[in-house]
Design a protein around this ligand. Structure first.
Ligand SMILES: NC(=O)c1ccc[n+]([C@@H]2O[C@H](COP(=O)([O-])OP(=O)(O)OC[C@H]3O[C@@H](n4cnc5c(N)ncnc54)[C@H](O)[C@@H]3O)[C@@H](O)[C@H]2O)c1
Length: 378
């Protein structure tokens, strides 16, 4: 096992989070070693140098193309606005690098599938930043489902609603420009689809409505949706609803999931990310949801803390995600969600957009060239 060398592109919100994870992962999960923070790229040389110093990288560059070609880089880590994911990931894979990329993988399903096929062809490990699916309590939920505790799943209710653009006086930045972001609230908050992919299966058909609530912001017109909701049919037979919003005052990270089956139900709320609620049907009185608190019986929690109920946070999920990447590169070769799994999520969001355009139900295009990945059902 040789020490892997990381090249980070972008040092905003996510770049900083990935840097924190790269520095911590070797302490929390020593079996995979710590990657070397080798080089950081940002839009210009001065900014890159400042950020490299602040985030503990040895070198810097104002040109990401230099980073992806650098012989001292094993992993290219992409934390830039969405439109740059495709050209950066493509160039990195062409140089034979492993690629860790923020979500959504690309602006179109064709781009995502091309990247998945290229990664497969080059034998490179890929991982996309759907960090909420890395929560050990989601692993526990997956285990309960796999053990049959819910019986046959028949309904899913998911939300990812936040209020970061609820104030119309707030500039939208790159997130409200179609050419830079692609989709709006749905593209930003497609995390909910990684949870359903992990726990329920793949949507096969969708019917969606989109709305732009505030069409103008101080930095220009808003070119994508502020909120959307959709009906879904899943491959395992369940039906469900998904909501995404960036204008829902008071919701800071309203990523919630409720799954109902023939024997029981599970509820999760990211704002209380250390708790899972489980209801086993058919039990005598008193009836009620059982609150399960995350503890060291879950190995990925124990790696951080020996005491139950002390809690993990957002940045810890990124450390677990980084561990999964290192584990895949150092041996297993398997990661989830890899580019194939992320391309399937992009196919669902594209089907939702097509459904809004056509005003009716749309089948999800499940063409799967170059795609792989796992889910518990279907
Ligand atoms: N996984 C999550 O929970 C999560 C949360 C927020 C954002 N994201 C995703 O992470 C990505 C980045 O979002 P963010 O919030 O960090 O954005 P941000 O605007 O805070 O940071 C973007 C960074 O990219 C840099 N950049 C822009 N163009 C560049 C170029 N040509 N070359 C090099 N660097 C360039 C910017 O200077 C900045 O440092 C997006 O794809 C977003 O969807 C994921």
């Amino acid at each position: 096992m040789h020490t892997l060398r990381l090249g980070l592109i972008g040092s905003g919100f996510m770049g900083r989070t990935h840097a924190l994870a790269a520095h911590s992962v070797g302490l929390v999960f020593p079996q995979y070693g710590a990657p070397t923070c080798e080089i950081l790229a940002d839009t210009d040389a001065a900014q890159a140098a400042d950020q490299a110093a602040a985030l503990g990288f040895r070198r810097s560059t104002g040109d990401w193309r230099e980073l992806v070609a650098d012989a001292q880089v094993d992993i290219v880590d992409i934390c830039t606005p969405n439109h740059l994911h495709y050209p950066m990931a493509k160039a990195a894979l062409e140089h034979g690098k492993h690629v860790y990329c923020e979500k959504p993988l690309a602006l179109s399903v064709d781009e995502s599938r091309e990247l998945a096929a290229l990664a497969k062809d080059r034998g490179c490990v890929t991982l996309v930043g759907f960090n909420y699916a890395k929560n050990p309590i989601i692993t526990m939920a997956g285990n309960l489902i796999a053990q049959g505790a819910l019986g046959r799943i028949h309904h899913v209710r998911g939300t990812h609603i936040e209020d970061y653009l609820a104030d119309p006086k707030r500039p939208g930045g790159w997130r409200t420009r179609q050419a830079l972001a692609g989709l709006g609230a749905l593209g930003d908050l497609c995390h909910i689809l990684s949870l359903t992919q992990r726990l329920v299966g793949e949507p096969v058909a969708v019917c969606a409505d989109f709305q732009t609530v505030y069409r103008e912001r101080p930095d220009g017109p808003v070119e994508n949706e502020d909120q959307m909701h959709a009906l879904l049919r899943f491959d395992g037979g369940a039906i469900g609803t998904i909501e995404c919003s960036r204008v829902a005052w008071g919701r800071k990270n309203g990523l919630t999931l409720e799954i109902s089956g023939s024997k029981g139900s599970l509820c999760f709320d990211q704002e209380r990310q250390n708790e899972l609620y489980f209801y086993r049907g058919g039990e005598g009185d008193p009836q009620g949801f059982k609150r399960i608190l995350l503890g060291p019986d879950q190995p990925d929690y124990a790696a951080f803390c020996p005491a139950p109920g002390h809690g993990l946070g957002f940045n810890d999920l990124k450390v677990i995600e980084m561990r999964d990447l290192l584990e895949a590169i150092n041996g297993s070769g398997q990661s989830w969600p890899d580019f194939g799994a992320a391309a399937r999520i992009d196919a669902v969001t594209a089907a939702m957009a097509a459904s809004f355009d056509s005003g009716g139900w749309v089948s999800v295009n499940t063409t799967n060239a170059g795609c792989s990945g796992t889910s518990n059902q279907g």
